[in-house]
Design a protein around this ligand. Sequence first.
Ligand code: A2P
Length: 267
Amino acid sequence: MNGGTVPLIGLGTWPMDDAECERAVAEALQLGYRLVDTAFAYGNEVGVGRGVAASGVAREDVFITTKFDRESHSVAGAALAFEDAARKLGVEYIDLMLIHWPNPDQDRYVEAWEGLIVLREQGKVRHIGTSNFLPKYLDRIISATGAVPELNQLQVNPRHLQRGPRAYNAELGIVTQSWSPLGQGTGLVELPVFADLADKYGCTPAQVILAWHVNVGLCAIPKSSNPERLVQNLRAQDIDLDPADIATIEALDGTEPDVKNPDTFMH
Ligand code: A2P
């Protein structure tokens, strides 16, 4: 990232509503989280902003990410998306703003990217990036503008490794951040392999999964509003996994039951 680092573990907020978000964000920040991820589409930016304000943690110590949708894919649209998000969040600037999905059907993601570049130049947004951008979409926005995204969020978990897109991000110096790192309630956490490894490391199965993300160089934004899990998830970054266990975990690749395809996903 230009001039800074991204916390390894942040708080994901989908599908929390405003009220739940306000509580969870305040609690998470008080527990030591420093990154909160939201989006226009989640409908909870107001709750995120209230949670940040209620936490007692200084605004400049919190890294707030939000994203905008297909209807804002233009320079003017991105500017309006920023104004809307900043108002809802109650902030003067946004730490990281992302194009949520490429939406190739409407083919306006280059204009969306140009809009983010302007927002960064204006200082309204500190960092800019993408979400769900496969290499072909990255190539297009970079060759059109010369500007490389600072971060690209991808759906990554042990059943969906996304080796190719991750390697491409790395080659370009783009931080990869895993969304739904715990598989979003699809049964990943409950797989026996994680119970076995949790016994070995003296932690929980979810911690094994989050430790895997961090051990292989990913940042992750697990969602929880449960105080015990919030602590567990943050502390997972301190667990070192043996290479053989990382290989065992990665043998699950290709078994994700709910892959969202960036070529066709409509948001
Ligand atoms: P909850 O919000 O009740 O804690 P993802 O981040 O991949 O989208 O996954 C979120 C899901 O994982 C939610 O259902 C969340 O439930 C659950 N979850 C979050 N943290 C943990 C944890 N430490 N142990 C088990 N499940 C967890």
